[in-house]
Design a protein around this ligand. Structure first.
Ligand code: NAD
Length: 321
């Protein structure tokens, strides 16, 4: 039986159980790569496992002549050139569309709620102040959530969970989704994104990135938000017009924003990001480095799930030639 060569290029804390599964069909190499070393390492690789550190583009694919599969335990696939992969006959295995399994994975919804509380209660700024040996209660007055309006843009897997947290906190929850699979009892349906933006005291974005949703949230949407409202984005950076966001933060129209994703998060220009610069001197913008899905439990579960998918795929190649 053929032993497939499997490279995990981002193996930190990778599930041992997933390795055991993969070892039944191939030789598994766990070796953290940078982009340059990845290009060399791929020469004899049949299956590549990644998270979000690399842009898998034409150059990477060209460096992998034997590659049959790319495995990514994500639903968003904007880090992979899908057309180029298809042209080269490389199968992309992901969590996209794995609806039943994903409903058991709460990490990004929980992070969204953490950001929401951090933002509305000034938790990061208050903690920084305490680290300076200050104890200034009145500087960090926040807002109640109960009774306020939570707007959910995209009531899919994550939006659904966040909507339920909102209801549990006594919020009035509204959502816009043109094609919802499930609706949450108690959530009000609004007829357009504009209506949602107009009504939300806190707006949370949970749509997939695609040609229709690029910059879906721009100046005209943000301008509709009530003065003193808050915005959370844990979906993808390119869904939000970041220049427009900075404008409404600077003007005071928005009280604050929390982002787990940035438009240029994988680029070399990250350090010069206007959003990071703004956050260095303003406490009303909270940024986290795409940690939504990054919990031990959720990552282990997804890694094992994806390992099974890869094993099945490689076995099917053996069978079908
Ligand atoms: P999902 O596919 O389950 O749900 C997305 C929902 O958005 C669907 O119900 C769809 O009908 C709706 N939608 C599509 N276009 C819309 C539009 N124009 N306006 C309003 N709604 C629209 O996706 P999900 O698993 O809930 O993921 C949501 C987002 O979170 C995605 O962008 C995904 O990439 C991102 N994500 C981020 C992290 C992270 O670590 N921060 C982790 C997982 C997923």
């Amino acid at each position: 039986m053929k032993r497939w060569q499997i490279l995990n290029a981002e193996p930190e804390n990778y599930s041992g159980q997933a390795v055991d599964l993969l070892s039944t069909v191939g030789d598994v190499r766990l070796a953290q790569q940078d982009r340059v070393s990845l290009l060399t390492a791929l020469a004899d690789v049949d299956a590549l496992i990644v998270r979000l550190a690399f842009q898998i583009d034409e150059q990477v694919l060209a460096a992998a002549p034997r590659l049959r599969a790319i495995v990514t335990a994500t639903t968003g696939l904007d880090h992979i050139d899908l057309a180029a992969a298809e042209r080269r006959g490389v199968k992309v295995l992901s969590l996209k569309g794995e609806v039943d399994f994903l409903r058991s994975i709460p990490a990004t919804a929980e992070l969204t709620w953490g950001l929401l509380l951090a933002l509305t209660r000034n938790i990061p700024a208050a903690f920084s102040s305490v680290l300076q040996s200050e104890w200034q209660r009145d500087r960090f007055k926040g807002h109640d959530l109960a009774g306020r309006r939570l707007g959910i843009l995209g009531l899919g897997r994550i939006g659904y969970m966040v909507a339920r947290y909102g209801l549990a906190f006594g919020m009035r929850v509204l959502a816009y989704d043109p094609t919802p699979q499930l609706w949450v009892e108690g959530v009000e349906r609004v007829s357009s994104p504009v209506e949602l933006f107009r009504q939300a005291d806190v707006l949370s974005i949970h749509v997939p990135l695609n040609p229709v949703t690029v910059r879906l949230v721009g100046k005209s949407e943000l301008d509709q938000m009530p003065p003193g409202s808050f915005l959370i984005n844990t979906s993808r950076g390119d869904i939000l017009d970041e220049v427009a966001l900075l404008d409404v933060l600077k003007s005071g129209q928005l009280a604050g924003a929390a982002l787990d994703v940035l438009s240029n998060e994988r680029s070399d220009s990250l350090a010069s990001s206007p959003l990071i610069r703004y956050a260095q001197t303003h406490s009303n913008l909270i940024l986290t480095p795409h940690i939504g899905g990054a919990t031990y439990e959720s990552m282990a579960a997804t890694e094992i799930f994806m390992a099974k998918k890869l094993v099945d795929y490689l076995k099917s190649l053996e069978t079908n030639g």
